[in-house]
Design a protein around this ligand. Structure first.
Ligand code: AMP
Length: 220
């Protein structure tokens, strides 16, 4: 399956994409993770994008397009999480897929409103060592502030602070939400209510994607 996970920042895309990736054995490509890794490793790319990420702005289309093109061309199934985020990125992805004779199987839109997003993101914590994501309200670690997997002290990402979250939501409304109309034209969009309990969102997604996978097998 070739899928896009799409929605406002903090809708739970990353968490759900990781679960789907494991359940269906599909590689998970998160441009946010790739960019954060570059910042952490202090690569040339990392130095270029560090400040942009801290402010919650979008990195240029050229940079993320290049990151994704390289990955997408190497594999025949994927979940793209956090990409595309602009119409030009979506157009670029269409071109890349066309050039290798591939098509998207579905766009998963995880929908959540702004106030809930703000509460959620500001309570998000991550493990700086393994990247596991927690939430101080909905997805607590066993010991407060400590990663269950490796005992590392959890941190709050700079771009998860409230002012940045509100800015990121505005960026989402302006640049990313037009993708809904873009994809409605010729692709299968599956809208999931992301304000539900996290386990219920996962269940709904697994059901939807089992349907997509069955359809794919039938059409083979
Ligand atoms: P995320 O983890 O998906 O919320 O991404 C974190 C940050 O990485 C965003 O706030 C952007 O600064 C940058 N980023 C990730 N994906 C993209 C993209 N497709 N286009 C532009 N910037 C991106």
């Amino acid at each position: 399956m070739k899928l896009i996970f799409f929605g406002p920042p903090g809708a739970g895309k990353g968490t759900q994409a990781k679960r789907v990736s494991k359940e269906f054995d599909i590689p998970h490509i998160s441009t946010g993770d790739l960019l954060r890794e570059a910042v952490k490793d202090e690569t040339e790319l990392g130095k270029k994008v560090k400040e942009i990420l801290e402010k919650g702005n979008l990195v240029s289309d050229e940079i993320v397009n290049e990151l994704v093109e390289e990955k997408v061309k190497k594999i025949d199934k994927f979940i793209l999480d956090g990409y595309p985020r602009t119409i030009p990125q979506a157009e670029f992805l269409d071109e890349v897929l066309k050039s290798i004779d591939k098509e998207l199987d579905g766009i998963v839109f995880i929908d959540v409103e702004e106030e809930e997003i703000v509460e959620r993101i500001t309570s998000r914590r991550v493990c700086p060592k393994c990247g596991r994501v927690y939430n101080t309200i909905t997805l607590k670690p066993e010991v407060s502030g400590i990663c269950d997997d490796d005992g590392t002290k959890l941190i709050q990402r700079d771009d998860d602070k409230e002012t940045v979250v509100r800015d990121r939501f505005q960026v989402y409304l302006k640049s990313t939400s037009p993708l809904i109309e873009y994809y409605k034209k010729n692709n299968k969009i599956f809208t999931v209510d992301g304000s539900q309990d996290i386990e219920d969102v996962t269940k709904e997604l697994f059901n939807i994607l089992r349907g997509v996978s069955d359809d794919n097998n039938k059409n083979r």
